[in-house]
Design a binder for this molecule. Sequence first.
Ligand code: SF4
Ligand code: SF4
Length: 128
Amino acid sequence: MKEDKLTTQDKIEADNLLEEVSEILAPCIKCGLCKSLCPVFKVLREECVSPRGKIILLSDKVLDKVIFQCNLCGACEQKCPFGIKVPEAIRKAREAMVLRGRGLKSDKEMVESVKRYGTPFGKINNKK
Ligand code: SF4
Ligand code: SF4
């Protein structure tokens, strides 16, 4: 869905969610301590997928698909000296992205499959 086709309600809800994201992340001093425990960063080794990288993007109001590269494990929140609720901010940012029509295609297909077949895996053929 293109952004210009969104309903006013969706736009308002997305804006409100992004305000909440900003409030959650405001105390972050970008120290990077949270990076050491992030399993996604450990594998991909790119700053943009680390919790700090995502915080920098979100602080600049950039809603990139990288926001979906997080398993919401909460390790960053545990490590942060301020207890910043990074996973909560990421969840809200994702919700805002979906409301703006910028969710993942694969997630959309999974939801459609659940609605249609009652399973996220598409049509299941039980015949052998
Ligand atoms: S979330 Fe916490 S640990 Fe991570 S960069 Fe910000 S202040 Fe540092
Ligand atoms: S919640 Fe996301 S960003 Fe934080 S440590 Fe886990 S995978 Fe990394």
